[in-house]
Ligand binder design. Structure first.
Ligand code: V55
Ligand code: FE
Length: 495
């Protein structure tokens, strides 16, 4: 018998809960700001049935979407597994029918024709619709009032890529969404399709290009003029998939690449720049200034994911998986195919970085992200032997003053991705709240912290207490009532 809990990643605080959840009126410590109205939507993954391969990537766990809805100083919570085709097929069979992360050859033959996505990465709102995103399939539309899964969405048939990234970008000046699909024509294909989708949800531009080699192209960055496509190190091929391996391996001999495409250009206009070994996953922001393109990103030195093994057989090296706030500068007037790179702060960070979304494509002063502050205490007697896995702080990285402000969550806590909420539509940059879910390992519960983004050192102003573990989160998004009015109505708060 395989003991599913033998893996520490699926034991104790990390053991899957297999339940949908609803709380009508959550316990709050401190006082919620009365002007905070809207919904914090989170998406992540939990295994409903254990993986069929014990060493499968956690990125392959079933999507679980949840929402904290704030109104009149009160907050309700709702969480549901995303009802993907895979989730429903497994539930019908009563067991795990799927194999390794994004390797259809390892699935049970009965489900090989089904969409295998787990829809577990990013909650996203555009044109009044709520989506659950995963980079191996189309967006899954979610009913915001119930968090039920409506199904895949192909933008009136005009979105032709088989895949849709977990990180489209919305231009705050126009409402246009720039979206793309990597491995657009099937697993291990070199094709990338890029779309501009207007604020009403209609495709208005498409560009197609091929990558120098097939890799994870997880996030992009957007300026007013350009789209920036970073990828590096991860490799796949049909041979690799047919050999029954997890979708990605890491090849440290591969250069990193960054493609720059004019926003209204054709795929032929992409220009590739080349750099050293890097693990390039998420970005903060970018700008085009004259002939220069400037990218801010929390890139790692090398492979961040231990479950995507080195193709040369070497063991995973945690000392090389270090991320920093970096600035990359590209000179479009130069004939060089390289970029200038600076590490802006010595602080080692996590790569789930956020900015004030109103400043996307433009100059911004503040970048926010979680990090492990080694000067802060961790209570192992109460929190467990988890020191190496704790993100105990959020940092506000001030690019103008070159200064870091720190929020510390507590000595038995680990923080998930943060989210910045502007205090109001016209508030200056940085004036607002920094929120995010903390896992309290001692109390076996989750706490949503709400801090004043300009006073991080003073600690949080309120905590929403869940009497259970909210489960893993990958990304989250703050949704204003004018973006989606129909969020879950809670008996009581809405009576
Ligand atoms: C990432 C996350 C994914 C995935 C591929 O953070 C890359 C990067 C949560 O799923 O499938
Ligand atoms: Fe991501």
């Amino acid at each position: 018998m395989v003991d599913f809990t033998a893996d520490p990643a699926r034991r104790g605080f990390f053991s899957p809960q297999r339940h949908d959840a609803e709380l009508l009126d959550c316990e709050v410590l401190g006082k919620l700001p009365p002007d905070l109205e809207g919904t914090f939507v989170r998406l992540g993954g939990e295994w409903y049935y254990p993986p069929s391969r014990p060493d499968d990537a956690p990125l392959h766990s079933d999507g679980y979407i949840s929402a904290f809805r704030f109104k009149d100083g009160r907050v309700s919570f709702k969480g549901r597994y995303v009802r993907t085709a895979r989730f429903k097929a497994n539930l019908k069979a009563g067991r795990q029918l799927f194999g390794y992360y994004r390797n259809r050859f390892t699935d049970d033959p009965s489900v090989r024709d089904l969409d295998g996505t787990v829809s577990n990465t990013t909650p996203f709102v555009h044109a009044g619709k709520l989506f659950a995103l995963k980079e191996d399939s189309l967006p899954h539309e979610i009913d915001p009032a119930t968090l039920d899964t409506i199904g895949p969405w192909d933008f009136h048939g005009k979105y032709k890529s088989l895949t849709f990234s977990a990180h489209p970008k919305v231009d705050p000046l126009t409402g246009d969404m720039i979206a793309y699909g990597n491995e657009a024509t099937g697993p291990a294909s070199k094709d990338v399709f890029v779309y501009t989708i207007d604020k009403a949800g209609h495709v208005k531009h498409e560009a197609r290009f091929e990558v120098p080699y097939v890799s994870v192209m997880h996030d992009i960055a957007l300026t007013q003029k350009h789209i920036i496509f970073p990828f590096a190190g991860y490799v796949t091929s049909m041979e690799r998939l047919q050999a029954g391996k997890v979708h990605w391996g890491w090849d440290r001999t591969k250069p990193s690449y960054i493609g720059i495409l004019p926003r209204d250009g054709s795929g032929k206009e992409i220009r590739w720049f080349k750099g050293p070994e890097r693990c390039m996953m998420h970005t903060f922001n970018a700008q085009t200034i004259g002939s220069k393109v400037i990218l801010y990103a929390p890139f790692y030195d090398s492979n961040f994911f231990p479950f995507f093994p080195n193709v040369d057989g070497a063991p995973w090296d945690p000392t090389k998986a270090k991320a920093y706030v970096r600035r990359l500068t590209f000179d479009l007037n130069s004939k060089k195919d390289s970029w200038e790179e600076e590490v802006l702060f010595p602080t080692q960070i996590g790569d789930l970085g956020r900015i004030d979304p109103r400043y996307l494509t433009q100059a911004n002063r503040y970048c926010y992200t979680g990090f492990a502050d080694p000067t802060r205490p961790f209570d192992e007697a109460r929190g467990g032997n988890l020191r190496g896995r704790v993100t105990n702080s959020y940092g506000r990285f001030d690019l103008t003053a070159n200064k870091v402000d720190r929020y510390f969550a507590g000595d038995t806590h680990s923080l998930q991705e943060c989210c910045f909420i502007p205090r109001s539509a016209n508030a200056p940059e940085g004036d607002g709240y920094l929120i995010g879910v903390a896992s309290n390992y001692a109390e076996m519960r989750s706490e949503l912290i709400i801090a004043d983004a300009q006073r991080l050192e003073e600690g949080d102003i309120a905590r929403v207490i869940l009497p259970f573990r909210a489960g893993p989160q990958v990304h989250g998004v703050w949704v204003r009532p004018d973006e989606i009015p129909a969020f879950p109505r809670a008996e009581g708060i809405d009576a």
